[in-house]
Design a protein. Structure first.
Length: 379
């Protein structure tokens, strides 16, 4: 069974304002002293953040226990410190310039990117899927590229910025566009082509090393994985798990087809970078509320139809891993009740920052059960 890992970036917030609370170093210190969380807790760019870079998983059940356990732990530490642990793509009330974690690497990034750092106050969901080698990774990357707009629409969770509704469901995506290498990756001929093209980016526009190549989808430079970086941080762990399951199924579907490299290349040819770039920004604007790019028809289509088509395409792979019910349940929820962005926007319209705070508190450690509705309701 293909392995996966999940990285969730969390931000600590002042309860009354939902502005960043710079307690990340203290929470990191506490978790680093824990045998359970020492190896999976990381500092992040902002002083108000920590990251859970999970262990390697084979099953969603084990991953769910780990993700919820980490969330409960940092929520408890946050409460002791008088702050709120949040999982959103952007904090609802961001300062003019963020407080940066005191690490040499981050200080260098601030110097390299200068004023661009002022708005680089972001929290993401990154999913790693195990691949045998970099050649397999490139095949999977080419095959998965056309699905980036749908994954963006599903994970949109950053409508608020500096106390205002931006009108975008993923403002994080807009802010990331300022990064030199942000956006959809190109298609690649093979692993050598990937290596060559990444190497030529180093030293340009603040991209001082390979880890700063910020494509929405890339090969990891330190793990045998392909990394999906398109998602905003999610309100609840269950959505993160469903996205990871879809990403795993996409990679498995790509690599197990006859003539996988040729099929993936043809699929990528129908999704040139300029089309994906435009479609991703469209998804950032509207999330699941309108139309998204459908890789199966190469046209814009209602988001619910595209998501249902994706689940149908990957049904065998999802069934093999036992993930079909979870993915279908989350897909149904996204279609019927909306993304995190829609929930944030509704809470903000109803009760302002206090409403958003209640939403973040209720969803952060929620262990969502399955619906009794038939799985075919959106398929």
């Amino acid at each position: 069974m293909r392995t996966f890992g999940i990285e969730e970036e969390f931000q600590f917030l002042v309860p009354d304002t939902l502005a960043p609370a710079d307690v990340g170093e203290e929470v990191f210190r506490r978790l680093s002293a824990s045998l359970e969380w020492h190896d999976v807790t990381h500092r992040e760019f902002m002083a108000s953040q920590v990251e859970h870079a999970s262990a390697v998983f084979e099953s969603l059940d084990v991953a769910r226990s780990a993700l919820l356990g980490f969330r409960r732990t940092i929520a408890a530490h946050a409460a002791e410190l008088g702050v709120l642990a949040g999982s959103v793509g952007t904090s609802p009330q961001a300062p003019p310039f963020p407080s940066i974690t005191e690490l040499e690497r981050y200080r260098r990034i601030v110097l390299d990117m200068a004023g661009g750092i002022a708005d680089h106050q972001l929290n993401g969901l990154h999913v790693h899927i195990g691949v045998a080698d970099r050649e397999s990774g490139v095949i999977a990357l080419n095959a998965a590229r056309p699905w980036i707009p749908l994954l963006k629409a599903m994970t949109a969770n950053s409508p608020l910025w500096r106390g205002q509704d931006t009108g975008y469901d993923s403002w994080r995506t807009v802010l990331l566009r300022r990064w030199t290498t942000a956006g959809a990756p190109p298609a690649f001929v093979d692993a050598d082509d990937y290596q060559h093209r990444v190497s030529r980016l180093i030293g340009i526009g603040g991209t001082s090393d390979r880890a700063l190549v910020a494509w929405d989808l890339r090969l990891s430079e330190h793990l045998p994985t392909i990394e999906f970086r398109i998602g905003d941080a999610q309100l609840d762990a269950e959505t993160s798990l469903a996205v990871a399951a879809l990403c795993r199924a996409l990679v498995t579907h790509a690599l197990e087809r006859p003539s996988a490299a040729r099929v993936a290349a043809l699929e990528s040819a129908d999704a040139p970078t300029e089309l994906l770039s435009s479609a991703v920004l469209h998804s950032a604007r509207y999330g699941m509320r309108q139309r998204v790019l459908d890789p199966l028809t190469r046209r814009m289509a209602p988001s619910a139809d595209v998501l249902a088509g994706c689940v149908r395409l990957l049904a065998d792979e999802l069934e093999d891993t036992g993930d079909l019910e979870v993915v279908t349940e989350v897909a149904r929820r996204l279609v019927l009740s909306g993304t995190g962005a829609e929930h944030q926007r509704a809470a903000f319209e109803e009760a302002g920052i206090a409403g958003v705070r209640r939403l973040l508190e209720s969803g952060f450690v929620a262990d969502q059960g399955s619906s009794s509705e038939p799985l075919t309701s959106i398929l």
